[in-house]
Design a protein. Sequence first.
Length: 125
Amino acid sequence: MSLLEKLVAAYKLWHDYLTNFPKTSRYSLGGKIDLLFTETIETTLSASRLNREQKLAFVQKASAKLDLLKFFLRLAWEIKALDNKKYLTLSERLDEIGRMLGGWLKQLTTKENPGSAVKADRGMK
């Protein structure tokens, strides 16, 4: 599955969970999480359509949005708006998405600065 497909699948799962979110948090914290999901999807889709020079900023933004999303999901779990099973299921999927975004980011930064990876290796020895 592609990164975008995994994001959409995670969002669909979240959307199912949102209907059972406590009413006291559904439109505040639940709405924030929903917005971060859609913004992450939007930014990732935009990045996939851009040329190489423009991609880096969008992938960085998508990664930052994903970090915020994970933070607010954890907060929802801590206040018991999400049960353990739902939180664990979403977290595992988002961790995998994060690894994929990180790999994309690494690929973009090494292609833009091909000498930087070599310099970093030399500095570690």
